[in-house]
Design a protein around this ligand. Structure first.
Ligand code: ADP
Ligand code: MG
Length: 241
């Protein structure tokens, strides 16, 4: 049986003929470890993200938010079920980096400048040096960070560092941006600013956005809220999907 979830209401609002499916999980589950040590991080989950979607995944620590984001990014593979990325050419992790992940943990490389941090994934992805520099500078300018390009990460405030991380994802122009608790280490003002920056960036490059967050004020800025508990995606009414 197809579970009812907030996902379906999002597709109902758009014409099913024109809606483009960015990512679709069918009965996707993830277990870490084996035998007695096995931990089920995510139980069979079915959900769809369409072009233009702005989704907040909420829920207490340990409910499976990061696991679902990592699976949606293609960084981890499900232990059961299937994930498809039709609008991303089938593979979110090819050289074009079609899905970009903003990690929960600090992820800037301390010994590289802001500009070098933003360039690095482009170079790994096979971009020519000049091209990587141009795209990195564009991304920094879009986030009003151009003045900080030669700074080291330790010289940045928390809000600036998080904007650099977003610039690094933006530079690759992904069609899907997945952000894991992007505002959890920031004060209210910076959290609101970073959330707005993420929304603006997705608008600018026409990417779908999925944000895992504890913060109800941030979640409310997105169009859909998918609550999670104990490895399960709940419907809006709080039932297991
Ligand atoms: P959240 O992001 O909502 O805090 P996670 O997806 O990180 O939740 O974790 C869900 C569950 O899976 C937790 O019980 C966590 O301890 C477990 N888990 C996550 N990653 C691993 C891992 N690499 N190895 C073992 N257990 C893990
Ligand atoms: Mg997490």
């Amino acid at each position: 049986m197809m579970p009812r979830s907030s996902v379906e209401s999002s597709s109902a609002a758009r014409s099913p003929l024109t809606a483009q499916v960015v990512a679709r999980c069918v009965d996707v589950g993830r277990t870490y470890g084996t035998g007695e040590r096995a931990v089920v991080a995510l139980y069979g989950t079915t959900c769809t993200i369409e072009a233009g979607d702005r989704v907040a995944i909420t829920g207490p620590s340990g409910s499976g938010k990061s696991t679902l984001l990592h699976l949606l990014s293609g960084l981890e593979t499900p232990t059961v079920g299937t994930i498809e990325w039709p609008a991303l050419g089938g593979n979110p992790r090819d050289g074009a980096q079609r899905a970009g992940l903003v990690f929960q943990a600090p992820s800037l490389i301390p010994s590289l400048s802001v500009l070098e941090n933003v360039e690095l994934p482009l170079l790994f992805g096979g971009a020519a040096r000049d091209d990587a520099r141009t795209r990195a500078l564009e991304a920094l300018a879009l986030l009003s960070l151009d003045g900080l390009q030669n700074d080291l990460p330790q010289e940045l405030s928390g809000g600036q560092a998080q904007r650099v991380v977003i610039a690094r994802v933006l530079a690759a122009r992904p069609q899907l941006i997945l952000a894991d608790e992007p505002t959890s280490k920031l004060d209210r003002g910076n959290a609101e600013h970073v959330a707005q920056v993420l929304l603006d960036v997705c608008e600018e490059i026409d990417a779908a956005l999925v944000v895992a967050t504890h913060d109800p004020a941030i979640a409310r800025r997105l169009d859909h809220i998918w609550p999670m508990r104990d490895g399960r995606l709940l419907t809006k009414d709080g039932d297991a999907a």
